[in-house]
Ligand binder design. Structure first.
Ligand SMILES: Cc1ncc(COP(=O)(O)O)c(C=O)c1O
Length: 473
């Protein structure tokens, strides 16, 4: 009988560790016998003794572990993923769209959603997101925007949104789901940052509780599994479960690492049994951090009274009053021993999770209280420009057509008016500012240049310096 305090994969790993046998199966290091000794000294012997792909004999344990996760999240079926939410998002789109099908997609989507369009050949109809100018914050797609777009595009095959976004802002998902379901259109939610939401009533409603049909969560981002591990949840009858399985079969590794899978099993057990208490404590830590930071002169951090549907464990600190970029503060904080999750032109985002301690919060507040002593003279943030995600893209080709088209390389500064074949994203958050098939505009060139000047990183460009770019011939 399955119960949430068991962990079938953990038990299987223990049994495997104790089993004495001669290995003539893969992987080639044979339980660590040929592994580099320095790596073994660093990571320990057991890691390599247990470094195995999913073995046929463990099918039962894997399906039990996935079933326990489905019960914990209250869904019909859960799949464990070892290629991150990236592969869950690809599989979700492949399960509901084929070449030429329309998908309504929040423009603040992660780059993995665009990759899914290239793979499937689905054509995006972008849903613009609300921008809060006071807090310089992307607030996601509103139900009204979805409603209007569905009237204009009743033939859409699916809706796909990100919730929460990188700042912890969640969508009004119950309304979103009921609008789409009224037209029998499935809702796919990229909940990469929300695997904890289901386990505490003070957090915004999770996508599974809102009734979304497919929900992808990076368990590794917010709860406690190993990096690269995610879950894909399925419920309802709008999406064919077999299609999801087949799509996962296309995009997942055929050698999923058993340690990674086990880390999902124990992360589920931890949240199912202790999730409420762990999150209660995390919410207190986030509260303490926010109220102390708001007392530091020149700094401010919004909360749920400013922004509805905010996950308070995501802490955004604004440096606007100091006239310094988030990138510059990031560098100062790193020297003071504190590493944030994401800098923007005016803010830093800190991810507080069940893994943080009171001491971490004290150190964060202490470091932030010292930044004024370290301000470089040239840190000024300069001209303010509009958030690029609020600009409506000018689409000339589908992402798939542009990805496979013939290209020329031109100077980035001279590329205005050409059609982009690359997907350019400040990283983090990995949200494309421009996608393959879209017209390059002066606003986009200006914004990306500003990010680079401020010390940010742009991901997805074939020329890392972004001096040149590939455009359609
Ligand atoms: C919103 C969002 N979706 C999807 C992903 C991809 O997740 P993973 O790293 O688990 O593949 C990320 C990663 O940063 C993300 O921020």
């Amino acid at each position: 009988m399955l119960n949430q305090s068991s962990a079938p994969l953990l038990e299987a790993l223990w049994a495997f560790l104790r089993d004495d046998h001669v290995p003539f199966y893969l992987p080639g290091h044979k339980r660590g016998q040929s592994i580099d000794r320095d790596l073994q000294a660093l990571l320990g012997e057991n890691l390599f003794r247990l470094d195995l792909p999913e073995l046929p004999g463990l099918d039962r344990e894997i399906s039990d572990a996935e079933e326990l996760a489905a019960i914990a999240y209250g869904v019909d079926r859960t799949w464990f993923l070892v290629n991150g939410s990236t592969c869950g998002i690809a599989a979700s789109v492949l399960a509901v769209c084929q070449l030429g099908d329309k998908i309504l997609l929040g423009r603040n989507c992660h780059k993995s959603a665009i990759a899914a369009l290239v793979l499937s050949g689905a054509v995006p109809v972008y849903l613009p997101t609300e921008f809060n100018p006071r807090f310089e914050l992307d607030c996601g797609v509103t139900p009204a925007t979805l409603q209007e777009t569905l009237i204009a595009h009743p033939d859409a095959k699916a809706v796909m949104l990100v919730s929460p976004n990188y700042f912890g802002v969640c969508g009004e998902l119950d309304q979103i789901v009921s609008i789409a379901h009224a037209k029998s259109i499935p809702v796919l939610i990229d909940e990469a940052h929300g695997s904890h939401l289901h386990f505490h009533p003070q957090l915004p409603m999770s996508a599974v509780d809102a009734g979304a049909d497919l929900v992808v969560q990076s368990t590794h981002k917010v709860t406690s599994s190993l990096t690269q591990t995610s879950m894909l949840h399925w419920q309802g009858d709008l999406v064919d479960r077999v299609k999801v399985s087949q799509a996962l079969n296309l995009v997942q590794s055929s050698s999923p690492n058993l340690i990674l899978l086990t880390s999902l099993d124990v992360a589920r057990r931890q949240m199912a049994i202790h999730g409420y208490d762990l999150l209660e404590r995390t919410l207190r830590l986030a509260d303490t951090a926010r109220s102390n930071i708001n007392q530091i002169s020149g700094l401010s951090s919004f909360d749920s009274s400013d922004i509805p549907n905010l996950d308070p464990t995501r802490l955004t600190v604004s440096f606007n009053q100091l006239g310094i970029t988030g990138f510059a503060v990031d560098r100062i904080l790193q020297q003071l021993g504190v590493i944030a999750e994401m800098p923007t032109l005016s803010q830093l985002v800190f991810a507080i999770s069940i893994g943080n301690t009171e001491l971490d919060i004290e150190k964060l507040v202490q470091a932030l209280s010292k930044i004024q002593d370290h301000l470089p003279a040239s840190a000024n943030r300069g001209t303010r420009i509009p958030d690029p995600y609020t600009l409506q893209p000018i689409i000339k080709l589908s992402p798939r057509e542009a990805f496979f088209a013939k290209t020329d390389r031109v100077a980035f500064s001279q590329s205005i008016g050409r059609i982009c074949t690359e997907m350019l994203c400040p990283y983090p958050p990995g949200i494309p500012v421009i996608c393959p098939g879209e017209l390059i505009t002066s606003e986009i060139v200006e914004f990306l240049s500003l990010i680079l000047q401020a010390g940010g990183e742009i991901n997805g460009c074939s020329d890392r310096s972004l001096e040149t770019i590939r455009v359609i011939s």
